[in-house]
Design a binder for this molecule. Sequence first.
Ligand SMILES: Nc1nc2c(ncn2[C@@H]2O[C@H](COP(=O)(O)OP(=O)(O)O)[C@@H](O)[C@H]2O)c(=O)[nH]1
Ligand SMILES: [Mg+2]
Ligand SMILES: [Zn+2]
Length: 312
Amino acid sequence: MQKGTVYRSTGSWYDVKLEDGEFTKARIQGKFRNLSIRTTNPVSVGDKVDVSINDNNEAVIKNIYPRKNYIIRKSVNLSKEAHIIASNIDLAILLVTVVSPLTSPGFIDRFTVTAEAYNIPLLIVFNKVEIYDSKALAKLEDLEKSYSKAGYPTLRMSVLENIGTEDLKKKIQDKSVLVSGNSGAGKSTLINNLIPDLRLKVGKISETHNKGKHTTTFAEMFDYNSQTKIIDTPGIKGFGLVDFEKEELATFFPEMLSILKHCKFHNCKHINEPGCEVLEQLKSHNFSNTRYQSYLAMYKEDEDTNYRKNNY
Ligand SMILES: Nc1nc2c(ncn2[C@@H]2O[C@H](COP(=O)(O)OP(=O)(O)O)[C@@H](O)[C@H]2O)c(=O)[nH]1
Ligand SMILES: [Mg+2]
Ligand SMILES: [Zn+2]
């Protein structure tokens, strides 16, 4: 039996990097049940596993170690089922662009909420800053302000001009890092900059091309260095929440969480209740209106419909 980490999955096979540094293709044997939610994939990228060689000289995954955390995507057909995209994530990087293209606040906030819900530390990285004009820079400062207030570290970057990339390298050192962001934000460009040998395709709008079709997308893990791993999420446009109640939503906005106790009613929905501290703070501009609008949208819209509409 050898310990290993899952780097890639193609459905029935898993690429596992063993402790000795060698990769092996492994199958799974038996049933694994270590989650409270139903999932379409028993083993995910990032899983720590035990692998043994069976009588036919095939590698077999025998055991999955408990996951520190994981991030999921709802299965499109069965809303109660989830697909685990990756597990054991030390840091999620969300690439955001203020122009070319504009990342919508709703997209950012769905991601922050998911990261909170699944206990994944988040770094918001504003990419392409070398092309921001004064208007874009003003917008950037607004965003930096509201996300810092929420407690998220942010970083300005231009992969093309190597601005902020050295800082980023320091922040990811010794971590297993999930790279996420909307299509066109620069994920592939960034990963290629970190790991030049990879030569990921850049600027392909395959996601748009494949819209509506049934496409399967898998996360993949790459070594940046011996202690640092990058998880690419090609074609995965968004993440989902499973197993959470609407009432919990406010607790996934850290700047809301810190003031909830001052609401008059313990079951306050922060929509129109008297004595609501969130609404008070909103009035006095202590609370970002954009973030609040995201809260409202997430609260009011049926998650499932929303999931499809926004291609989450
Ligand atoms: N101006 C500018 N363009 C960038 C930067 N990083 C990436 N791009 C461009 O943005 C486009 C989309 O990049 P890509 O890496 O494919 O984005 P992905 O869809 O997130 O993987 C490509 O044309 C890149 O050259 C940057 O720092 N500055
Ligand atoms: Mg890409
Ligand atoms: Zn309230």
